[in-house]
Write a protein of this length. Structure first.
Length: 342
């Protein structure tokens, strides 16, 4: 065999080996992409950096990813103007989540040991744990105040649905600057119908904070009825304002609450409709959502609220005008507990 022929054979072999290597890399990349894609053919989910601080990338949504795959239940992010686009997952798991001003509250499950336990974890802007607090039950609601000073969470300590009567809740408020934890709003002084009030059946849930980092609104349940209350974290007091309001959410401008309300004649397992309450006039306006919503809505801006409804993989997010007009539109599939970050 001539030297020239040997060189030609060697060169051909090198080219073939290179082609095989390139094919193997492309095949591996394709399989990785397939693994990161929701099994229902939904949005692509890949591991990357997720931050809670405002950035140069424009407005974003951070939420619990519900799409099936290796990143299910992780906090993920998408661009707010492309909510159904590719998702970046953080590796941080949360059952409930909220964030404001670069601070997050993550209610998570710890599955080690004999029984599952739960914690409330305060996250910094890089999703690093700042503090952790054991929970007495199953996470259901979480909120951070607009300025990032206060965090609140609610857990079920009995039963599994607001729609029934056999449940109890515990709601806590944490001052993130001082570290003071009010473990239960039941310890606050209650003023109901103009009088001091105490009752063993009192339950609170669904805190929403005002911009003054002191005032909050929540649901108080007692004697078979629910009430909207306004609270003061400094004075440790709550005052009833109105009956039949649950899970209020205060608008960014502080003028309105959107809440769920039990409507007579609806099925016991799906009794709620969404309403808006103008705090100046105390006038209620029904929103254009005919399905029962068992969620505490989030305001995406001063005009629109976002909430979850059951979906193929747990929950989907819908957007709706807060003035009573418009129609519900699906914002994101397979997502829960959103926070809108500028």
């Amino acid at each position: 065999m001539t030297l020239r022929r040997r060189i030609l054979i060697l060169a051909t072999a090198v080219v073939l080996l290179g082609a095989v290597g390139v094919f193997a890399v492309l095949r591996a990349s394709s399989r990785a992409a397939e693994k990161d894609r929701a099994q229902d053919g939904g949005p692509r989910v890949t591991r990357g950096e997720v931050a809670l601080a405002p950035g140069d990338g424009g407005r974003r949504i951070v939420f619990r990813n519900m799409a099936w795959g290796p990143h299910r239940d992780e906090l993920a992010t998408v661009a707010a103007d492309v909510p159904e686009g590719p998702r970046t997952a953080s590796g941080v798991n949360c059952l409930r989540f909220h964030s404001a001003a670069g601070t997050g509250i993550c209610l998570r499950a710890d599955r080690g040991g004999v029984a599952e336990s739960h914690r409330a974890v305060v996250l910094d802007a890089h999703l690093e744990e700042r503090s952790s607090h054991p929970l007495a039950g199953i996470p259901t609601r979480a909120r951070v105040s607009p300025g990032g000073r206060l965090a609140a969470w609610t857990v079920f300590v009995g039963g599994d649905s607001y729609a029934g009567t056999n449940f109890s809740t515990r709601t806590s408020i944490l001052d993130l600057r001082t570290g003071r934890l009010d473990a239960s709003l039941e310890d606050f002084a209650i003023r109901k119908d103009g009088k001091e009030y105490r009752n063993a059946d009192v339950n609170f849930w669904g805190v929403t904070f005002a911009a003054d980092e002191r005032t909050f609104y929540a649901t108080l349940a007692t004697d078979g009825k629910t009430h909207l209350v306004r609270g003061d974290v400094v004075e440790r007091t709550v005052t009833t304002l109105r009956e039949n309001l649950e899970c209020p959410s205060l608008s960014p401008d502080g003028t309105r609450l959107v809440f769920k309300k039990r409507v007579p004649g609806l099925p016991a397992e799906a009794p709620w409709r969404l309403f808006a309450l103008d705090l100046a006039s105390m006038r209620e306006t029904p929103l254009a959502e005919e399905r029962s919503v068992d969620d505490q809505v989030v305001w995406s801006d001063d005009r629109t609220v976002v909430y979850s409804l059951p979906g193929d993989f747990g929950a989907d997010l819908y957007a709706l005008p807060a003035d009573g007009g418009g129609v519900p539109k699906r914002l994101m599939p397979s997502a829960l507990a959103p926070a809108f970050l500028d």
